[in-house]
Design a protein around this ligand. Structure first.
Ligand SMILES: Nc1ncnc2c1ncn2[C@@H]1O[C@H](COP(=O)(O)OP(=O)(O)O)[C@@H](O)[C@H]1O
Ligand SMILES: O=P(O)(O)OC[C@H](O)CO
Length: 498
């Protein structure tokens, strides 16, 4: 078994990836495919679920073929995914009844206000650990049931399935045999009680969601079943599932209470392992399920930033100031500092700790002397400032000063971003050798379930530091930047009045 490989699938917001890992936790082969982002209206973000599936299955097939192996060489499959995104499909035909509504989508913001006005905030927070925001699945699912003709009747008759992306992929991988999710994904729906660890009837009533359309909730590391024979010409065990941020926490080996990681992907997500205790934040962070393994639930505190690397993508695709994402670094390095420019990348509102659904992007401090280099630098800083605000909220909650941060995700490839981040914090940033910790977490969860790895201790040593970044900027300069950043955030807040 140990000479086999683990196949981990990472269905991210902007691309689908498949990676083969060996027993030493090394990446053997990677295949990645971006897919279309659909923006039907300002503030709306959708994906075609068939695109999600076809990109994911094609990279899985490709990575196996390119490595010159077949399904027999795969010990297990682990799945990790963009969270909260809602897919609803027909149980009989497996056809989606609407595009997937993506976690970044803001269409249900007004309904969320109504929920707050009706006094549901405390009940929802207590049961789910979440704040009321369009980010989570429940209001998006309700929107589909309310807006797709005939959907509610079909859902009530048990003819529709709702799933986060993990459920959708597993449904397709098993040709409709398995309709499941795991606790980490379920905890992001706003329909799941993180204390009873079950779908919650009061929440289902509130959002008017028929129970018949919900998947069975499983642990994060167990053999759930196997892939359909037709896909890889053999049955491969599916043995690990986790939402991508929880998977990254696991992949970073933040397996003990108090350990923290931050992922810089499309968004930025900072998670602290809080062990068996569901800790509640007084500073607008989320309480969430990290994973459940062998009957033991581990919780986390989370700060979610909606636009992280996506700000760089906007600079590339929207503003067309750079041709590639890595190109931002070269451009930003041409400026010594931000030249007084501050960019609040609230392109889809602000997440933690502000939770402002009506904030929008703001660029301030522009003068005749402002160049594209200043804007590039302000973009990197805008990502780092948002993460700074979350670390401060977490410190206020825990009463402890942070001393280091483990990082991962595509945008950590930017040394400049990492240096800016360390300067703002005043402490060290640790970048591990494998930046693919999300997908590594999924591989570990699957490998542990099938006995490919014996225990967490068995894999602990596979986490290796690649580079550390230490603060260099004078405190006075940092304080001044933070002052202007917070002034800029105020301008971006509560912008939309529709
Ligand atoms: N060299 C780089 N410098 C800065 N940002 C980068 C670089 N390479 C990729 N990125 C950013 O990383 C993000 C992709 O990270 P990834 O972890 O793959 O995201 P996701 O899983 O959300 O799709 C993109 O938003 C992109 O802008
Ligand atoms: O696709 P990512 O890596 O940006 O992650 C998205 C998150 O899961 C949203 O909560």
């Amino acid at each position: 078994m140990k000479d086999k490989l683990i196949l981990a699938l990472d269905q991210g917001t902007t691309s689908s990836r498949a990676i083969l890992f060996n027993h030493s936790g090394e990446i053997v082969k990677v295949s990645q495919k971006p897919f279309e982002q659909i923006f039907p209206k300002p503030g709306w973000v959708e994906h075609d679920p068939n695109d999600i599936w076809s990109s994911q299955i094609s990279v899985a097939a490709e990575v196996i073929a390119q490595h010159g192996i077949n399904g027999e060489s795969i010990a297990a499959i682990g799945i990790t995914n963009q969270r909260e995104t809602v897919v609803v499909w027909d149980r009989e035909t497996s056809e989606p009844i609407h595009n997937a509504i993506v976690w970044q989508d803001r269409r249900t913001a007004r309904y969320c206000d109504e929920l707050k006005d009706a006094g549901h905030t405390d009940m929802i927070k207590k049961k789910t650990g979440l704040v009321i925001d369009a980010y989570f699945s429940a209001t998006k699912l309700k929107w589909i049931l309310d807006n797709v003709e005939g959907a509610r009747e079909k859902a009530e008759a048990g003819k529709l399935c709702f799933g986060t992306v993990d459920s959708w992929l597993i449904w397709k991988l098993t040709r409709g045999k398995m309709f499941i999710t795991d606790v980490s994904n379920a905890s992001r729906t706003m329909l799941f009680n993180i204390h009873t660890m079950a779908w919650d009837d009061e929440l289902l009533d509130l959002f008017n969601i028929p129970k018949a359309m919900l998947p069975e909730v499983k642990e994060s590391s167990e053999v759930y079943g196997t892939t359909a024979t037709t896909l890889f010409s053999t049955k491969i065990p599916i043995a690990g599932i986790a939402g991508d941020q929880q998977a990254a926490l696991f992949g970073q080996m933040c397996t003990k209470p108090g350990m923290v990681k931050n992922t810089y992907g499309t968004g930025c997500f900072l998670l602290m392992n809080t062990g068996e205790e569901a800790v509640y934040s007084k500073n607008n962070l989320l309480t969430t399920v990290a994973w459940k393994i062998n009957g033991k639930t581990t919780y986390a505190l989370e700060g979610s930033v909606f636009v992280g690397g996506a700000a760089i993508q906007w600079l590339r695709d929207g503003a067309r100031m750079v041709r590639t994402a890595p190109g931002i670094n070269h451009l930003a390095e041409m400026a010594e500092d931000n030249g007084g420019v501050y960019f609040v990348p609230a392109l889809t509102g602000l997440g933690a700790p502000y939770w402002d659904q009506y904030a929008r992007g703001a660029m301030l401090g522009i003068t005749r002397g402002t160049t594209d280099a200043h804007i590039a630098r302000a973009t990197l800083e805008g990502i780092a400032f948002q993460v700074y605000d979350i670390v401060k909220a977490m410190e206020a909650d825990s009463g402890k000063k942070s001393i280091e941060l483990r990082v991962d995700g595509g945008a950590t490839a930017s040394n400049l971003l990492m240096q800016i981040q360390s300067d703002l914090f005043g402490f060290k940033i640790i970048r591990p050798q494998t930046l693919e910790t999300t997908v590594m977490g999924a591989a570990y969860l699957a490998g542990l379930a099938v006995g490919y790895w014996d225990s967490i201790d068995d894999i602990q040593s596979q986490w290796v530091i690649e580079k550390e970044f230490y603060p260099k900027a004078p405190q006075e300069k940092v304080d001044n930047m933070l002052h202007y950043w917070h002034k800029a955030v105020k301008c971006a807040q509560n912008w939309i009045e529709e």
